[in-house]
Design a protein around this ligand. Structure first.
Ligand code: SAH
Ligand code: SF4
Ligand code: F3S
Length: 460
């Protein structure tokens, strides 16, 4: 096998990347690590050893953004301690806080040497070189060039570290402007990556042993691009093409907006065996007046009708969602409508949050901000209902026979873990196969959010 170029011994530098926020940040962190690896940086899990620390941040709620500043406080002390030992430490802030706050970060946290927004990661190695030379670097322009074109191709060894299940970002940004949300400001306008670029990356993943790909996008189902057949392709077409990549057995995608769920995509859930029966389709709230104030551009009835069409295509689909409680002006009655839509739609699992006013978003300036204790009570009630639904879903899976893709070792010795088609972790004995195998399993019980399986020898 050809050896990959390596940095000369002694010149190796270490990088520690910490990821906050959504799966798109997880993917971006991998691409940043790949780009830095090409520049001689080796990943470390020990922050004290790192010559370069990158915080890949999230701005979605106040708590998420504030975590970054407490981490930067700790890093400041670490940087000083390392300096006393004669070691230089470069501290970088990437991600959505970087994009939203830019230069303010450097003013507030003096330890920070570089700030880089999500559209400019291809410039990261260069920014690090400038920071090493003593410059404070702030790169938060919406780059005109395609970062994916310019990011170095990941080395095969780095791709193999992804394991058998990998993320692939196909779409970025958002044009929806929900009034609570920072994403359109931090990630910019909706952009779809071209088919050829996505296929090349999927083939590379498959060649490195990846068997399951999760396509990512802030609005992944808004993905559209010119197909090789000259037609305008939507996500459904892309999924069909990706299912043909040798080695790729399973496909998933997240996150979807109800407005962009088209007929082809719904049909793919019916006809494309590689597409797993799981759909993250946030509705956010159940009252039409709140949905309108949120600028979601769909009603509760539209959403329920859509869920019905998806279930008609794929009856066993596991529905997932996001909910916000306490949006400005939300009354008790509005909140009851959220509980009602949860009961009517039925979720296998979901994420729910207290509304957090975000600077620069229209929601933050609205009258009728809801008191904290009211938000907390509503969140408790909503989460109790969602937990009950999750339990019902898991109980319904006991006895099912599934094909399980084994993707990692379990916490306890002798265990292997995979994801069920509906995305829950399934724990089995290691005698069932090896990581990367797809094995027949019967679900025998569940605890909390995990399922346990045994070898299924019989066919049903
Ligand atoms: N693009 C996706 C989700 C983006 S952010 C979509 O359109 O649904 C992930 C979730 O965070 C959102 O679905 C929403 O539920 C939550 N969220 C976003 N802004 C928020 C805010 N200001 N306060 C509380 N939760 C928020
Ligand atoms: Fe945010 Fe709405 Fe865009 Fe989702 S669709 S990223 S919630 S603005
Ligand atoms: Fe957070 Fe940015 Fe993702 S705000 S949720 S990291 S798109």
């Amino acid at each position: 096998m050809p050896r990959e170029p390596r940095t000369a011994p002694g010149t190796e530098r270490k990088v520690f990347v910490k990821t906050y926020g959504c799966q798109m940040n997880v993917y971006d962190s991998q691409r940043m690590s790949d780009a830095l690896a090409a520049d001689g940086y080796v990943a470390t899990e020990t922050v004290e050893d790192a010559d370069l620390v990158v915080l890949n941040t999230c701005h979605i709620r106040e708590k998420a953004a504030e975590k970054v500043y407490s981490e930067l406080g700790r890093l400041n002390a670490l940087k000083k301690a390392r300096a006393r030992e004669g070691k230089q430490t470069v501290i970088g802030v990437a991600g959505c806080v970087a994009q939203a706050e830019g230069r303010e970060i450097v003013a507030r946290a003096s330890a920070v040497d570089l700030v880089i927004g999500p559209q400019t990661y291809h410039r990261l190695p260069d920014a690090v070189r400038k920071a090493l030379a003593g410059e404070k670097v702030v790169e938060t322009d919406y780059a005109v060039e395609d970062k994916f074109e310019r990011l170095p191709d990941p080395r095969a060894a780095d791709v193999r570290r992804r394991g058998v299940s990998a993320f692939l970002t196909v779409q970025e940004g958002c044009d929806k402007f929900c009034t609570f949300c920072v994403v359109p400001y931090t990630r910019g306008a909706e952009v779809s990556r071209p088919v050829a670029q996505i296929l090349a990356e999927a083939e590379k993943l498959a060649a490195a042993g990846v068997r399951e790909i999760t396509l990512l996008g802030q609005n992944v189902n808004a993905w559209r691009a010119a197909g090789p057949d000259g037609r305008d392709w939507g996500l459904g077409d892309l999924l069909w093409r990706l299912a043909d990549v040798p080695g790729i057995a399973r496909l998933r995608y997240t996150t979807s907006h109800p407005r962009d769920m088209d007929d082809d995509l719904i049909a793919a859930h019916r006809d494309l065996a590689a597409l797993m029966p799981y759909l993250h389709l946030p509705v956010q709230a159940g009252a039409d007046r709140i949905l309108k104030a949120m600028n979601r551009r769909h009603t509760a009835a539209d959403y329920l009708k859509l869920v019905e069409r998806i279930r008609a295509a794929r009856p066993d689909i596991a529905l997932s969602g996001d909910f916000i409680v306490g949006f400005p002006g939300e009354t008790d009655e509005d909140f009851e409508a959220t509980l009602k839509i949860v009961r009517e739609a039925g979720y296998a699992q979901a994420f729910s949050f207290k509304y957090s006013p975000r600077p620069g978003t229209p929601g933050a300036a609205l009258d009728g901000q809801v008191e904290e204790h009211v938000k907390a009570e509503r969140l408790d009630r909503l989460q109790a209902l969602l937990a009950e639904q999750q339990k019902t879903f898991l109980t319904g899976l006991v006895g099912e026979r599934i094909d399980l893709l084994l993707d990692r070792h379990g916490r306890e010795k002798g265990q292997l873990v995979g994801r069920s088609p509906w995305l829950q972790p399934v724990i089995v004995d290691e005698s069932l196969g090896e990581i990367g195998d797809i094995v027949p399993v019967r679900i025998v019980r569940h605890t909390g959010a995990s399922l346990f399986g045994e070898a299924a020898r019989d066919r049903t």
